[in-house]
Design a protein around this ligand. Structure first.
Ligand code: FMN
Length: 165
């Protein structure tokens, strides 16, 4: 069976994007048909971005049809203890989550609020009928040393692929 995955992520300064690329590389090696999709968000000052994220402000997003994918990878930086508005808005406004296996990946700075951000995003996905089966949280700085996190990325994916058990 051909397994199809989509990686949807937002990245402002490159950390989450680097993690998305690593995930894509690992999935391709496992012969999972993979597409990556980078979300755009609106720009603002640090304070504006914090407020918008914390208040789950809605931003216009490009809608993707998720129906044809078996696995959905969803990546966000942690902003003000929250997922970024582009990713929350995407989850709220996109259909096709029902019964899908969802993998969350987050990058963070100090780590403050990263568990809250995970909870907020998990709940949004679950509300749409998706099943969060694996979560990966990586300190943004570590993305400069991808060899140090490769094992964690492998574990994140391996334990949850449909025919890996
Ligand atoms: C507006 C803003 C708010 C942030 N808030 C947090 C936070 O609450 N907790 C944390 O650990 N890191 C926080 N960070 C740091 C980012 O989560 C971290 O640098 C992340 O890896 C950035 O991802 P990116 O390079 O893909 O944009 C914040 C960064 C920005 C720009």
């Amino acid at each position: 069976m051909i397994v199809k995955a989509i990686i949807i992520y937002f990245s402002k300064t490159g950390n989450t994007e680097a993690l998305a690329s690593l995930i894509e590389e690992v999935l391709r090696k496992k012969e999972v048909k993979t597409e990556a999709f980078s979300m755009k968000g609106d720009e603002g000052t640090f304070v504006q971005e914090c407020f918008r994220a914390f208040l789950s402000k809605e931003v216009p997003v490009e809608i993707k049809d998720l129906e044809t994918y078996d696995l959905i990878f969803l990546g966000s930086p942690v902003w003000a203890f929250s997922p970024v508005p582009a990713i929350s808005s995407f989850v709220k406004h996109t259909e096709g989550w029902k019964g899908k296996k969802v993998f969350l990946f987050l990058t963070f700075g100090s780590g403050a609020g990263r568990r809250r951000a995970e909870r907020v995003l998990s709940r949004l996905v679950e509300k749409q009928g998706g099943e969060v089966i694996s979560v990966l949280q990586i300190k943004g700085k570590l993305m400069k040393m991808p060899e140090r996190i490769k094992e964690r990325v492998n574990f994140f994916i391996d334990t949850s692929l449909p025919d890996s058990k």
